[in-house]
Design a protein around this ligand. Structure first.
Ligand SMILES: [Zn+2]
Length: 404
């Protein structure tokens, strides 16, 4: 440990710079569809990573067409991804990934950082995942200053679309899963500091029910009420098949109708579903088809669904279990007790694992209230977690940690 520690001390010397950078970065609005904010963030990050000076690419991700309501979908421009590679022919190759987008649009009142106390800074994305970007940057800076740097190659990918399911960066992630030996993702740790082991898979779906409009007083018998049919659908969908223990469903949006003297001919709902394994996913897909078929049998009513599981479930395979074990041991050397726990949340780590890359995906900052206006980060956790990743990389390069 001693010969590694002088390179870890570098991270401690950066604590006040880390605090300043975090506030600067979190004060830039980088909502997933805020093109100018993402552009600004990309330039800031490019400058921060420039000292590594090796194969920096800014990659266009094109457009995304999310489904908004029944038939409409708006074409929205995605930000660019930043990819940096160093020593592409070295072995092993480590993939480091973190997202720059956040969930708060520019119209949201939560835009700037405030100090809650000496160790807690509240602000949009401070933990998810701007703190994680800093953990990754500081870890690499320390590693690159160490004498073991030549023994290992790495690729950094910073994507601007993770919070919307990585529609544009998916291909880059898939490519990284093929060309690297392990994946490290800087999503937040759990709020108690522990790491995430298995993760649930997640899917978003939109349901459209069509009926027939009619005057509610003159000819109600001609009308076919789409809202009633959708309500039936929601109730039936919520009686989940027995045996799918890890399956959870949240109908999060509903829309339809207009004047109350008109029988509504259209109703829409959207829901999110989470599954622990592929068997539960299949059970749910069968359940959805069955409920749709029942609703379709109602006279004058038709129902359609759109959507998919964009994040497959992430059960732990042996290689990932071993990788988590290395982090637990290295954590102990740094005075951290790191257990791996199950999480219902999903991230790019789900997809990397499904493509066969052993991945630890909660190596970022520790904080609380992510995706809410109460989000805060424990600022000391950034240096602490940067040391964890830096020490892991040094030991991997040194041969003290083996992936075999
Ligand atoms: Zn995140």
């Amino acid at each position: 440990m001693r010969h590694f520690s002088e390179y870890l001390d570098y991270i401690d010397s950066r604590r006040s710079i880390i605090r300043e950078l975090l506030i600067d970065w979190a004060n830039i609005n980088s909502f997933s569809y805020n093109a100018s904010g993402l552009h600004k963030m990309l330039n800031v990050l490019e400058n921060a990573f420039r000292p590594f000076n090796y194969q920096i690419e800014k990659i266009e991700l094109g457009f995304h067409q999310p489904l908004d309501s029944a038939e409409n979908s708006e074409k929205l421009c995605l930000g660019r991804a930043l990819r940096i590679r160093k020593r592409v022919t070295a072995k092993p190759q480590v993939f480091l990934c973190c997202h720059m987008d956040t969930v708060f649009p520019p119209s949201h009142p939560f835009q700037k950082c405030t100090h809650l106390d000496d160790n807690r800074i509240q602000g949009p994305g401070v933990t998810d995942a701007k703190g994680g970007l800093l953990v990754m940057l500081e870890a690499l800076e320390a590693f690159e200053r160490s004498p073991w740097a030549d023994e290992l190659g790495w690729e950094v990918l910073i994507n601007p679309d993770e919070e919307i399911g990585s529609p544009g960066s998916k291909l880059l992630l898939e490519e990284a899963a093929r060309t690297n030996d392990i994946g490290l993702i800087f999503e937040p740790s759990l709020s108690d500091g522990n790491l995430v082991g298995p993760r649930k898979g997640s899917g978003n779906f939109t349901i459209t029910v069509k009926g027939r409009a009619a005057h509610a007083g003159r000819e109600p018998d001609i009308g076919r009420n789409a809202i009633n049919a959708l309500a039936d659908f929601v109730v039936q969908l919520n009686s989940l098949p027995p045996g799918a223990v890890g399956l959870t469903l949240n109908v999060g949006y509903i829309e339809g109708g207009g004047p109350v003297n008109v029988v509504p001919d259209m109703a829409i709902c959207r829901f999110n579903v989470r599954v622990s394994n592929s068997e539960d996913q299949q059970l749910f897909e069968d359940h959805l088809e069955l409920v749709k078929a029942r609703i379709n049998q109602i006279d004058g009513i038709s129902i359609e669904s759109r959507g998919e599981f964009s994040r497959p479930p992430k059960p732990l395979d042996n290689r990932t279990r071993k990788l988590l074990g290395h982090f637990a041991v290295i954590g102990r050397e740094l005075g951290l007790s790191l257990e791996s726990r199950f999480s219902g949340g999903s991230c790019d780590g789900n997809n990397l694992a499904a493509w066969g890359l052993p991945t630890v995906d909660s190596l970022g900052a520790t904080g609380n209230g992510i995706h809410s206006s109460k989000e805060y980060v424990l600022i000391h956790s950034i240096a602490e977690r940067a040391k964890l990743t830096a020490l892991f990389m040094m030991k991997l390069a040194d041969g003290a940690v083996s992936l075999a």
